[in-house]
Design a binder for this molecule. Structure first.
Ligand code: GDP
Length: 439
């Protein structure tokens, strides 16, 4: 689970409000105190926390909230909206050049995950029918060039290099010619990194930027370094005019400080987040609203669907999306859902994106290839079509027969029905929210 600590402490702070019919100013104060502590513990910048809490508090004690039927839920909604806003509001995409190739320069400190990110980007562009070329312009570390070749082979994207004896500006210029020769429409430039910010590096990067006029200068920062990542971003942005941030290692034990702070402090949008150390691990386009909803435990149906779209044929995924969002989510859909989920890989990650699933007890221990999953499938298969559409039809004797038919117990059947009900409830809530928040 991404940003697990922050997520659970915020949910705890807000959970108390959710159930309340009426909110006193005291309730709000208390919750805001806990929200503040949760954010500080996640290493969010102090000033950012102060402003954030002040905004939420002001809105939460407002008349509209007090008069609404579900004041607690309204406060959760306000926190969701403000979190989304804090992280940039809407998705910020890569700008494409009117006349190809689109040049994208990746910069960042050594170890931040630059090379991994560049390979993941290349893979994603290739999968979206682009023809990327990687240019190796880190002339200080021969190993960096080798690494880029290795990753390039893995993602089946060509790599251009000129060894380590030319200057980076020349390499990039030649790289551009090579791109033209190959008909590449995107040039991804890997630049040198250092362990710390250093004047020589900054000057070199400035020169490269001036020479190739890239559409994008993407800075890779390591989410696990928290506020350090924010400082790094500030410095790079001042010198280079960074156009977007790639926040790597958000899957690690990142506390969230960087994700929640960097946009506000630098003004630079986060464009991607890295969620795995392997090149086929996800580098996801960053959606502030989705991360906010993940943090608040509203699940992340949309990211799941997007991943599904990559793995399955579009029609099926589209259909699934519509059904998930509609109120008629049935046992058929439930079955289809976990059948598809099983094909999605890293299953523990995927499962936790499904609304409600992350709250289910023992979810950490579920092994998805295990028999339980097969059992759930068998149980649904033993129901009649009418029962799948209307579970209420299953009385005790039908449940017994279904258990027999699927080689399971009545308890298993009941448990499945209960899980289905919970999921259905969540689906309803999420789709209701989607409408309210204008998705
Ligand atoms: P560079 O020096 O900036 O080019 O960094 P690398 O791309 O070589 O990455 C440094 C280390 O971080 C490697 O061990 C990567 O596998 C790891 N890494 C990079 N991105 C991610 C990520 O998104 N998640 C995790 N868990 N590890 C990552």
């Amino acid at each position: 689970q991404v940003l697990e600590g922050l997520s659970s402490s915020l949910q705890k702070a807000l959970g108390k409000l959710r159930s309340k019919g009426k909110l006193t100013e005291n309730d709000v104060q208390e919750a805001m105190r806990e929200v503040r502590l949760a954010l500080l513990a996640a290493d969010v910048n102090v000033k950012v926390v102060r402003d954030f809490v002040a905004r939420v508090r002001e809105r939460a004690v407002g008349q509209d909230v007090q008069k609404s039927l579900t004041p607690g839920q309204q406060v959760v909604k306000i926190v969701y909206e403000e979190l989304t806003e804090l992280m940039g509001g809407t998705q910020s995409r890569i700008q494409m050049a009117a006349k190809p190739p689109t040049v994208i320069m990746l910069v960042g400190l050594q170890g931040a995950g630059k090379t991994t990110a560049i390979a993941k980007l290349a893979l994603s562009f290739r999968q979206h029918q682009h023809r990327p070329l990687l240019v190796a312009a880190d002339v200080y570390r021969p190993a960096a060039i080798d690494q880029l070749h290795v990753l390039g082979r893995q993602v089946e994207v060509p790599v251009f290099d000129m060894g380590t004896s030319h200057n980076p500006v020349d390499i990039v210029r030649n790289g551009m010619q090579e791109a033209e020769r190959q008909g590449a429409d995107i040039v991804l430039v890997d630049t040198a990194g250092r362990l710390h910010i250093d004047e020589g590096l900054m000057t070199e990067l400035e020169d490269m930027k001036a020479a190739i006029q890239p559409m994008e200068v993407l800075l890779v920062v390591d989410a696990m370094t928290g506020q350090d990542a924010v400082h790094v971003a500030e410095t790079f942005h001042e010198r280079l005019g960074v156009t977007g941030i790639i926040l790597s290692k958000l899957d690690g034990d990142a506390r969230g400080g960087a994700a929640l702070t960097v946009r506000q402090v630098t003004g630079c949008p986060i464009k991607y987040v890295g969620l795995g150390e392997k090149v086929d691990g996800p580098l996801e386009p960053f959606h502030p609203d989705r991360l906010a909803s993940r943090i608040l435990g509203m699940g992340d149906v949309l990211s799941l669907i997007e991943r599904a779209q990559e793995k399955f044929d579009m029609d099926k995924a589209q259909e699934m999306e519509e059904r998930m969002r509609s109120a008629n989510f049935s046992l058929n859909d439930f079955q289809e859902m976990f059948r598809q989920v099983r094909n999605l890989g890293p299953l523990d990650q995927v499962l936790k994106m499904i609304p409600g699933m992350n709250k289910m007890k023992g979810i950490e221990n579920v092994d998805l290839n295990d028999k339980r999953f097969v059992r759930m499938d068998a149980i649904i298969s033993s129901m009649t079509e009418a029962e799948r559409l209307d579970p209420k039809l299953m009385n005790a004797s039908r449940r017994r027969r279904i258990a027999n038919g699927s080689g399971t117990t009545v308890r298993d059947v009941n448990q499945l029905l209960k899980q289905f009900e919970q999921t259905q409830e969540m689906m309803k809530r999420v789709s209701g929210m989607g409408k309210k928040f204008g998705r």
